[in-house]
Design a protein around this ligand. Structure first.
Ligand code: NAP
Length: 337
């Protein structure tokens, strides 16, 4: 087992604006022999998440930055191919944060979570039953506390988190309006996810489209994108509205951060806007997994994934699809040798 070569993508420099391939370099190294407690995993799927762009910056955040020279941090899922740990056997599927590399040597078996592939396939454990699913569930039910009578607007509505937020708000009885870019995505939101209204922000007239979709205003806005969309939603709040700041992908590559202009709407409408980080909910993940797995099983919650076939070298190109809006649902890279 110790002759396997591991291909790794390491951070080479910090990007200014959009990342380029030059921000990473590739290394190849032998995998050392396993010690007692170690587990070796062949990484099959690498999760591409907008947050990875933030982890490339040196700035202080909710998690330490990826250091120059370090393997690029990334979620992922793979199969155990060797184990000196009684908790893991060859053939088990595990998720965690392997990083962008083809093999994951888990020292002492720490940081890996065994997943039950009889409940859902490995990709679902990276998507709806993984970090993005937990984000959608707790961001919606905890931070936004929706009532069945609420009008819920979600941006990034055809993406990994947004598609789940909108569908769970529908299950809860809410009226749901999804915002996304392009006709394929508005059709998906309306016909597959069953959203009541859809807005194509790339068509322009954002405010008019939103007014048409929610003439009475907005009770809950789940924000995945920030920028002009957040500002427009702020201007349409109803009394006691709630906004969850989940992310702001429109600003992740910006070199100059612009804040929302319409924040005084929070005052006028006695509304609140609250940021959250999914990792804070880790002690409660099993609650969300149980509920969401049941909804998936019942056909009430649809899981959409964009799985790009490639290898470790496909990382940069696949990652950038997030910022070009080329994914629907959860974006991941299937690592083939
Ligand atoms: P995603 O929505 O599956 O993918 C990103 C999507 O963002 C793209 O498909 C694109 O869709 C949209 N987008 C890209 N550039 C945009 C722009 N300039 N303006 C508007 N939309 C743009 O990604 P995700 O994994 O579900 O993440 C969604 C958000 O949740 C991100 O902001 C992420 O950072 C955040 N997040 C937060 C937490 C937390 O703990 N707070 C955890 C996970 C994720 P269109 O084609 O519609 O433009």
């Amino acid at each position: 087992m110790n002759k396997i070569q591991n291909q790794q993508i390491r951070l080479a420099s910090r990007p200014i604006g959009e990342p380029t391939p030059a921000n990473w370099n590739k290394t190849i190294e032998d995998i050392p022999a396993l010690e007692d407690g170690d587990v070796l995993v062949k990484v099959e799927y690498i999760s591409l998440d907008p947050a990875m762009r933030g982890w490339m910056n040196a700035a202080r955040s909710y998690i330490r930055p990826v250091e120059i020279g370090e393997v690029m941090r990334a979620g992922g899922c793979g199969k155990v191919i060797d184990s000196k740990n009684e908790k893991f056997v060859v053939g088990d599927y595990v998720t965690g944060s392997p990083g962008v590399q083809s093999y994951w040597l888990i020292k002492g078996g720490k940081g890996a979570l065994k997943v039950n592939t009889s409940i859902a396939p490995p990709t679902t454990w990276l998507g709806a039953l993984g970090m993005v699913g937990m984000t959608a569930y707790f961001g919606l039910f905890d931070v936004c506390a929706p009532k069945p009578t609420d009008v819920v607007v979600v941006s990034g509505g055809a993406g990994a988190v947004g598609s789940l937020v909108g569908q769970m708000a529908k299950i809860h009885g809410c009226t749901v309006v999804g915002i996304a870019g392009g006709e394929e995505k508005t059709t998906l939101m309306r016909e597959t996810f069953g959203f009541d209204g859809v807005v194509d922000y790339k068509k322009g007239n954002l405010r008019t489209q939103l007014r048409t979709a929610c003439p009475e205003g907005i009770d809950v806005y789940f924000d995945n994108v920030g920028g002009e969309i957040l500002d427009t939603c702020l201007s349409m709040l109803r009394l006691k509205a709630r906004i969850a700041i989940c992310g702001a992908i429109s600003a992740y590559n910006a070199t100059d951060m612009v804040g929302p202009k319409n924040y005084l709407s929070l005052l006028v409408n006695r509304a609140r806007m609250e940021g959250f980080v999914v990792f804070d909910y880790a002690p409660r993940y099993s609650e969300a997994v149980t509920q969401m797995a049941q909804w998936i099983h019942e056909g009430k919650l649809k899981t959409i994934e964009t799985v790009v076939e490639g290898n470790i070298d496909s990382f940069h190109e696949t990652f950038m699809q997030l910022f070009r809006g080329e994914n629907v649902g959860k974006l991941m890279l299937h690592v083939r040798e």
